[in-house]
Design a protein around this ligand. Structure first.
Ligand code: BTX
Length: 325
């Protein structure tokens, strides 16, 4: 931890009380001028301070940034988010995650970009990732499961993100659209993309991409998605603290991942079904094999969607896109 971060930690720990520059200098073994220079840098990063005469610095504002320092302020996990790779601009956090995972990055490593120039969804569809507005993050997860079992992990992630949003923003009600979207009042606020590095029967790593529209206003979305997308800020009516949300997601995801590895998706299925807006609905499913219509009746213990077609037969859907009719 750098001297600047150490100073920041102490000021944050003071919880709104003044911290004297002289005391900082003495206890850290540096000069007053050095402390003052670090304070300047912190201000350039977006922290704001008030100087109280004879008392010292009082923190009055933190930047809405996803820098490791910001996230660590809120982080309560053991392994998730304990290694953070943070970038201003990336093509896609997925690409970086693939490379880091191959190089042996530990379970729980996260990659965050303030902006993605080539953010992607499933089937190489583009994912809009404007600068500083959203959470564009990939988590490297190394669960002890088979590649076959891993296909339901996306649903586990959806539950964790939903829990985090509901905990921090009580009036926002996201609903999960099978398999990988969170909708608020029918509009998409979150997309999840899970990719895998595996050998025959062993998962090396899951690369869990999470894209959350946090602080966009309507004019931030391109015309292509303006009618189908929303942001948490638009729904909650307040500025979203992205670092706090990231920390909360990581905490829920760490818990649910442990449960999922021990007891399988079945242990999370009830929660998933409660949070889903898909089950019980008439839907149209587009898969690589064709288009099917029917009632989405539930998911199996493996996370596979069950569709009751009009002739009464049940079709199992492993992958596809759903339109709620
Ligand atoms: P998806 O294939 O389900 O959804 C992609 C579709 O969603 C697009 O075709 C477009 O219609 C719509 N869309 C694009 N951008 C947005 C947006 N910002 N908000 C709402 N709708 C949008 C969903 O794929 C999975 C997305 C994962 C994104 C994360 S971000 C971090 C990581 N890095 C990366 O490149 N992808 C993941």
């Amino acid at each position: 931890i750098s001297m600047k971060d150490e100073i920041l930690k102490r000021i944050l720990a003071a919880n709104g009380e003044a911290v004297s520059g002289q005391e900082l200098a003495d206890s850290l073994g540096v000069s007053r001028t050095a402390v003052w220079k670090h304070m300047q840098t912190l201000q350039e990063e977006g922290y704001t301070f008030e100087t109280v005469k004879k008392k010292g610095y009082v923190l009055t504002g933190v930047p809405n940034s996803l820098s490791p320092t910001q996230i660590e302020l809120f982080l309560n996990t053991e392994r998730f988010g304990r290694e953070i790779h943070y970038f201003d601009v990336v093509d896609s956090t997925q690409t970086i995650a693939h490379k880091l995972a191959q190089e042996g990055a530990p379970h729980g490593t996260i990659i965050i970009g303030e902006e993605q120039t080539a953010g992607r969804g499933r089937m190489a569809r583009p994912w809009e990732s404007a600068k500083g507005t959203g959470i564009w993050m990939t988590i490297i997860v190394r669960p002890d499961v088979t590649p076959q079992q891993a296909s339901s992990y996306t649903l586990v992630v959806a539950v964790a993100v939903t829990m985090a949003i509901k905990t921090l923003y009580k009036h926002v009600e996201p609903a999960i659209k099978w398999p990988n979207d969170l909708l608020i009042k029918g509009k998409k606020c979150t997309g999840i993309l899970t990719e895998m590095q595996a050998e025959a029967d062993l998962v090396q790593a899951l690369l869990v991409g999470i894209g959350i529209n946090a602080n966009q206003v309507e004019s931030d979305f391109s015309p292509e998605i303006a009618n189908i997308a929303t942001s948490l800020r638009l729904e909650a009516g307040e500025e979203i603290n992205r670092a706090a949300l990231v920390a909360s997601i990581l905490q829920y995801l760490e818990q649910f991942t442990e449960l999922y590895v021990k007891e399988g998706f079945a242990s999370i299925k009830k929660l998933w079904e409660q949070m889903s807006c898909t089950i019980g609905q008439r839907v149209e499913v587009t898969t690589l094999r064709g288009r099917f219509e029917g009632i989405a009746s539930g998911v199996t213990d493996e996370g596979v969607l069950q569709l009751i077609q009009d002739d009464g037969t049940v079709r199992t859907i492993y992958a596809g896109d759903i339109k709620i009719l």
